[in-house]
Design a binder for this molecule. Sequence first.
Ligand SMILES: [Cu+2]
Length: 182
Amino acid sequence: MISTYAGIVALLGVFLIFAIGFFVLSQSSAQGEAGKIKESVYRIRRVWFVFLVALLVGILATTLPHAPNLKAAETHPQVVVKVDGRMWAWTFTPVQGAQLDHDGTLLLPAGKTVEFLVTASDVNHGFGVYDAAGTMLTQVQAMPGYVNRLVYTFRQPGTYTVLCLEYCGVGHQVMTSQFKVI
Ligand SMILES: [Cu+2]
């Protein structure tokens, strides 16, 4: 009887060892599969990374030279006007190529490159220029102690409106002005 039991236990033991061996083998081959998948995913990720970096560099190289501020820096203006914002009005002082008419309205020539030298005397304001249809054409911040250059060429003669674009106190909404392009 004992030898029969020993035989059964031995058989079970051998079976168990085979079963464990088979299990370990199948697990390790599954891990190998996962490793291969992981590797291919990493490869795709690397390719995408290189592609996206190249795309980003390409887009920056193409669009940066057209950035308005960089273009303004290399523009030689034909007309220069100082702009001062204070609560709650705009003051224009022609420096070159512009003039004030008899009632003090700023007159700018059409088709010439105008440079506004924009600053503020009290708090921050926003210098926004609109055409007769109410479309914003260009804008820059007016800051105390700092002069912002804003370069724009007005093609169409007409009356243009300046609105303050930054809340600057109780009179903010009446801080408007107009100039003419002739
Ligand atoms: Cu303002």
